[in-house]
Design a binder for this molecule. Structure first.
Ligand code: SF4
Length: 344
C-alpha cells in the first residue's frame, strides 16, 4: 500500500483506541488502523487522523447531457458539468467504470488532475451550464470535495445532483442534503443477498437513503440495471416497483436499463439483457401505478418517451440523449396534467 500525504482531513470520523479511527461517511462505518485505508480505498488513517486522499483530484470533468445520468425529469434537455474522483465503497461485478471506481483498491494509486471546487464551478459557469453532476464513481467517497463544490455552486445559482448507490450514512446525508437538488439512486436489486454477493454492500441503508431524500424533497429518480440471472425476476421487479410507489411516490421515475456483459468488470460471461425482460419490468412498473417508467440503453424504444400519465399522449420524445418536448411549461399540451418536470 502506498502512503499518500492526506490533503484534507475527513469530515465524518471518530477516534478509537490505539490511534484507530472509524469513518462515518458511509454505511460500512469502516474501523481503520493507522496506515490503512477503508473499503473504498480513498480514505486513510494517518497517525490517528482520517484523510480523504481524493480532495481536489478530479479523474473526470466532462460536459454531458443530463439525460445521460439518467435524469429525465430534472432540467430536461440541458447539459451538466460532470465530475468524479477515483474510488467507490461498492465493488459491483457489473461496474462499467471499474477502471476508475476500483483503481485505488487494485493498485493503491490515486489518479486525477488537480482541480479545485472553485475551478469546477467556474468551468460550469463559463460553459453556461445550469448544474453540476457528481457521478461516474460514488460521490459519497469524495464527500468533502463534492460538498465544497456544492456550496460554491449554490452561491452561483447552479443546481447540484448526485448519481449515487445511496449507501451514504445518515450523518453524511444530513450535511449534503441542504445543497442537493436531485439524485439518481441505483436500486440495484431487492434482496440483501444480491447486494452482498454482487456489490459488497447492503440493501437496507439504500432504502433508508431513498426515503430520507424524499422527506427532504430532493428530486429522486431510481435506476435498476437488469442483469440476466442475477436480478431479473418478476419478484425483484415487483418489489422495486412497489417500494417506489409506496415509499417514494408514483411520480418518482424508474429507469430500467440494459446490462452489457462486454463492458462489465467481472460479468463478461453473461449475455446482454433481452429487450423482452426490460419490457416485462416496464409493464410491472406501470402495473404497480408508477407514472413514469423508462427503459434505457436500448435507443429507439417507445418506453424511453414520456407519456402524459392522465391522457396518455406522448409529451417528450427521446432518441438516445436527444429529446423533443411537446409539453407546455411542464404540463400536458392536451389535457394540462402536470408532468413532474423540474425546469429551472
Ligand atoms: S467512505 Fe465508507 S468505505 Fe470508505 S472508509 Fe468511509 S466507511 Fe469505509
Amino acid at each position: 500500500m502506498y502512503i499518500i500525504k492526506g490533503v484534507k482531513e475527513a469530515l465524518l470520523y471518530k477516534k478509537l483506541e490505539g490511534r484507530a479511527v472509524q469513518c462515518r461517511n458511509c454505511a460500512h462505518y469502516c474501523a481503520i488502523l493507522p496506515g490503512k485505508r477503508g473499503i473504498c480505498g480513498v480514505r486513510e488513517n494517518q497517525d490517528g487522523k482520517l484523510y480523504s486522499l481524493v480532495y481536489g483530484k478530479a479523474i473526470a470533468c466532462h460536459i454531458d447531457p443530463i439525460e445521460k445520468k439518467p435524469f429525465f425529469h430534472f432540467l430536461p434537455g440541458t447539459y451538466s458539468l460532470s465530475v468524479a474522483t477515483v474510488g467507490c465503497n461498492f465493488a459491483c461485478r457489473n461496474c462499467q467504470n471499474w477502471d476508475i471506481s476500483q483503481s485505488p483498491k487494485l493498485n493503491g494509486t490515486i489518479a486525477g488532475e488537480n482541480l479545485s471546487p472553485k475551478e469546477i464551478v467556474k468551468r460550469a459557469k463559463e460553459n453556461g451550464l445550469p448544474s453540476i453532476s457528481y457521478t461516474y464513481t460514488e460521490p459519497t467517497v469524495f464527500l468533502e470535495y463534492a460538498l465544497e463544490t456544492m456550496k460554491l455552486a449554490k452561491k452561483e445559482g447552479l443546481k447540484n445532483n448526485w448519481v449515487t448507490n445511496g449507501f451514504l450514512s445518515k450523518e453524511a446525508f444530513e450535511i449534503v442534503a441542504p445543497y442537493l437538488d436531485a439524485a439518481n439512486v441505483d436500486l440495484k436489486g431487492f434482496t440483501e443477498d444480491f447486494y452482498r454477493e454482487n456489490c459488497g454492500g447492503r440493501l437496507k441503508p439504500v432504502l433508508e437513503t431513498l426515503k430520507r431524500m424524499k422527506e427532504k424533497k430532493i428530486w429522486v429518480e431510481v435506476t435498476t440495471l437488469v442483469i440476466p440471472t442475477l436480478n431479473d425476476t418478476e419478484d425483484t421487479f415487483r418489489g422495486i416497483a412497489n417500494f417506489i410507489k409506496n415509499e417514494l411516490g408514483p411520480e418518482t421515475p424508474w429507469h430500467i436499463t440494459q446490462f452489457s456483459g462486454g463492458i462489465s468488470w467481472k460479468l463478461q460471461h453473461l449475455p446482454d439483457t433481452p429487450v423482452e425482460t426490460l419490457e416485462k419490468a416496464y409493464r410491472i412498473g406501470k402495473g404497480a401505478g408508477l407514472k413514469y417508467v423508462y427503459t434505457g440503453n436500448v435507443p429507439g424504444l417507445d418506453s424511453e418517451d414520456t407519456f402524459c400519465p392522465k391522457c396518455g399522449v406522448k409529451m417528450i420524445d427521446r432518441m438516445g440523449y436527444q429529446i423533443t418536448r411537446y409539453d407546455k411549461n411542464g404540463k400536458c399540451a392536451r389535457c394540462g396534467q402536470d408532468l413532474d418536470l423540474i425546469l429551472d
